[in-house]
Design a protein around this ligand. Structure first.
Ligand SMILES: [Cu+2]
Length: 122
Protein backbone atom coordinates (compact mmCIF):
# COMPACT_ATOMS: atom_id res chain seq x y z
CA UNK A 1 0.00 0.00 0.00
CA UNK A 2 1.14 3.47 -0.74
CA UNK A 3 1.33 4.77 2.78
CA UNK A 4 3.17 1.67 3.93
CA UNK A 5 5.71 2.02 1.15
CA UNK A 6 6.23 5.63 2.02
CA UNK A 7 6.71 4.78 5.63
CA UNK A 8 9.14 2.03 4.78
CA UNK A 9 11.13 4.57 2.85
CA UNK A 10 10.91 6.94 5.77
CA UNK A 11 12.26 4.33 8.14
CA UNK A 12 15.12 3.51 5.84
CA UNK A 13 15.96 7.18 5.52
CA UNK A 14 15.64 7.65 9.23
CA UNK A 15 17.99 4.78 9.76
CA UNK A 16 20.65 6.66 7.88
CA UNK A 17 20.43 9.74 10.04
CA UNK A 18 19.33 8.37 13.40
CA UNK A 19 21.86 8.29 16.16
CA UNK A 20 22.92 4.85 17.29
CA UNK A 21 20.63 3.32 19.87
CA UNK A 22 22.05 3.08 23.35
CA UNK A 23 23.44 -0.41 23.70
CA UNK A 24 22.78 -0.72 27.40
CA UNK A 25 19.36 -2.21 28.11
CA UNK A 26 18.42 0.14 30.90
CA UNK A 27 14.73 -0.56 30.44
CA UNK A 28 11.84 1.60 29.43
CA UNK A 29 12.12 3.78 32.52
CA UNK A 30 14.94 5.66 30.88
CA UNK A 31 12.93 6.29 27.73
CA UNK A 32 9.53 7.70 28.51
CA UNK A 33 7.29 7.30 25.47
CA UNK A 34 6.17 10.39 23.63
CA UNK A 35 3.26 8.51 22.07
CA UNK A 36 1.20 5.51 23.04
CA UNK A 37 -0.70 3.31 20.65
CA UNK A 38 -2.37 -0.03 20.18
CA UNK A 39 -2.40 -2.44 17.29
CA UNK A 40 -1.60 -5.93 16.06
CA UNK A 41 1.87 -7.33 15.41
CA UNK A 42 2.35 -8.04 11.71
CA UNK A 43 6.00 -9.10 11.75
CA UNK A 44 9.12 -8.98 13.89
CA UNK A 45 12.36 -8.73 11.96
CA UNK A 46 15.60 -9.35 13.83
CA UNK A 47 18.65 -7.66 12.36
CA UNK A 48 19.90 -7.86 9.79
CA UNK A 49 16.68 -7.59 7.82
CA UNK A 50 15.62 -6.06 4.55
CA UNK A 51 14.47 -3.03 6.54
CA UNK A 52 17.49 -2.44 8.74
CA UNK A 53 21.00 -3.84 8.90
CA UNK A 54 21.59 -3.51 12.61
CA UNK A 55 18.37 -2.80 14.42
CA UNK A 56 15.31 -4.88 15.16
CA UNK A 57 12.20 -3.81 13.30
CA UNK A 58 8.62 -4.53 14.28
CA UNK A 59 5.77 -3.99 11.87
CA UNK A 60 2.57 -3.11 13.67
CA UNK A 61 -0.87 -2.61 12.16
CA UNK A 62 -1.49 0.29 14.45
CA UNK A 63 -4.76 1.88 15.35
CA UNK A 64 -5.06 5.63 14.96
CA UNK A 65 -2.65 7.39 17.32
CA UNK A 66 -4.29 10.60 18.37
CA UNK A 67 -2.21 13.60 17.44
CA UNK A 68 0.30 11.54 15.45
CA UNK A 69 -1.43 9.46 12.77
CA UNK A 70 -5.14 9.33 12.20
CA UNK A 71 -5.18 6.22 10.04
CA UNK A 72 -4.84 2.55 10.74
CA UNK A 73 -1.84 1.27 8.84
CA UNK A 74 0.92 -1.31 8.74
CA UNK A 75 3.99 0.54 9.86
CA UNK A 76 7.53 -0.48 10.72
CA UNK A 77 9.17 0.82 13.87
CA UNK A 78 12.75 0.46 15.02
CA UNK A 79 13.69 -0.87 18.43
CA UNK A 80 16.94 -0.81 20.34
CA UNK A 81 16.90 -4.50 21.23
CA UNK A 82 15.07 -7.70 20.40
CA UNK A 83 14.71 -8.17 24.16
CA UNK A 84 11.91 -5.64 24.06
CA UNK A 85 9.70 -8.02 22.11
CA UNK A 86 9.79 -10.93 24.55
CA UNK A 87 7.67 -13.75 23.18
CA UNK A 88 5.46 -11.56 21.00
CA UNK A 89 4.35 -13.14 17.75
CA UNK A 90 2.49 -11.97 14.66
CA UNK A 91 -1.20 -11.70 15.40
CA UNK A 92 -0.73 -10.61 18.99
CA UNK A 93 -2.63 -7.50 19.97
CA UNK A 94 -0.35 -5.03 21.71
CA UNK A 95 -0.10 -1.70 23.44
CA UNK A 96 3.14 0.15 22.78
CA UNK A 97 5.01 3.33 23.51
CA UNK A 98 6.98 5.32 20.96
CA UNK A 99 9.86 7.68 21.53
CA UNK A 100 10.26 10.51 19.08
CA UNK A 101 13.95 10.70 18.27
CA UNK A 102 15.44 12.74 15.45
CA UNK A 103 14.31 11.16 12.21
CA UNK A 104 12.65 8.09 13.67
CA UNK A 105 10.04 6.64 15.95
CA UNK A 106 11.47 4.04 18.29
CA UNK A 107 9.41 1.46 20.12
CA UNK A 108 10.52 1.81 23.73
CA UNK A 109 7.88 -0.36 25.38
CA UNK A 110 5.42 -2.93 24.19
CA UNK A 111 3.14 -5.44 25.85
CA UNK A 112 0.66 -8.01 24.68
CA UNK A 113 -2.97 -7.30 25.37
CA UNK A 114 -4.94 -10.41 26.24
CA UNK A 115 -4.07 -13.94 25.19
CA UNK A 116 -1.48 -14.86 22.57
CA UNK A 117 -2.84 -14.92 19.04
CA UNK A 118 -4.78 -18.08 18.27
CA UNK A 119 -3.25 -20.50 15.80
CA UNK A 120 0.09 -18.81 15.81
CA UNK A 121 2.52 -20.53 13.52
CA UNK A 122 6.00 -19.98 14.83
CU1 LIG B 1 1.53 4.97 10.94
Amino acid sequence: MRSTRQELAAVLLAALVAAPAPAAPQGPATARPDWRGTGVVVAILPPPSSLHATRPVIIIRHDPIRGLMDETMDMPFLAASMDLFGDLRPGDRVAFGLKDVPGALLVVEIERLGAPAAGRTR
